[in-house]
Ligand binder design. Sequence first.
Ligand code: AMP
Ligand code: MG
Length: 321
Amino acid sequence: MIILAVLCLSFFSCSEAKLPPQTEYVFGTVCTVNMFDDGTAELYADVFSTLKNLDDKFSVNKNDSEISRVNQNAGVSKVEISSDVFELLKLSKLIAGKTDCAFNPVLGALIQLWGIGTERQAVPDSAKIERAKKHCNPDSLVLTEDGGAFFAELTDGETQIDLGGIVKGFAADEVVKILSQKNVQKAVVDLGGNIYVFGQKDKDKNRKWRIGIKNPDGETTEPVKIVSVDSGSVVTSGNYERFFISDGIRYHHIIDGRTGFPAESGFSSVSVVYEKSVFCDALSTAYFVGGEKADFVQNLGLKDVQLIFVKNDGTVIEQSY
Ligand code: AMP
Ligand code: MG
């Protein structure tokens, strides 16, 4: 009897059709997930609905997202948020503290002013930059818990949250939780270049995953470097991702809160390799602003982290911790 039940179970699970990699547009970018031999329609639907759910909560481009509601109530009142929004806001504040605000979750006033990647992108008036710069203090974001409910409040009426520099990393880690729960053997999660390679690539030969770091010059298709990873995340922040050119100057989407301008640290891109994508994402943004001498990884107490800096002249600097 027992044997029969086991046989039936394995028969039904094997009979589910396996799908090729699936792609959908989420977080304003192209997201592709490949679950190889485990990729059923049900699992892909589970993963993509999780991603869309997160985008609905975190996006500053959706008026009714939880983050937008906190922003709309800046200087007015606290807003109830869900536990995952609370968790990511809390971590973002912690990372801001450990990176000297090179990664700053409340740069929204400056980010909106520049509007990079939108139709209104332009070099803002310097008085407006100076003004917005004064409203980017993470201490203005107050997080509280009360009887199992979570709240966020912006105590400064001109401060705005923007989690564009960390949310895809957080989302990749959430997908990995599903993959583990569902016993998926291996997968590649690509959220607009924010990569997570999960599981062992090849059990027999014990081969590692190989991920190419894009050549920022945009002309060469050859990667500047190939990183080998057992299982983990590789995230790149680059000045070629979103930008506009005005009077021959390139203005890109990673903002230095100290100057109020796109970061000028001399890099075209910074990549971070680590087991948690949320840290890769935040740190790639932070190191792009802070440069290769910054000690953010040490401040956060992380180990087994690899950093790859591509300088504007094409030279590559690598660091391992
Ligand atoms: P990434 O491509 O991960 O480096 O993130 C860039 C996005 O994060 C931008 O499009 C903004 O939404 C936001 N952002 C820009 N500058 C910063 C910064 N210094 N700290 C945190 N988020 C930022
Ligand atoms: Mg980032």
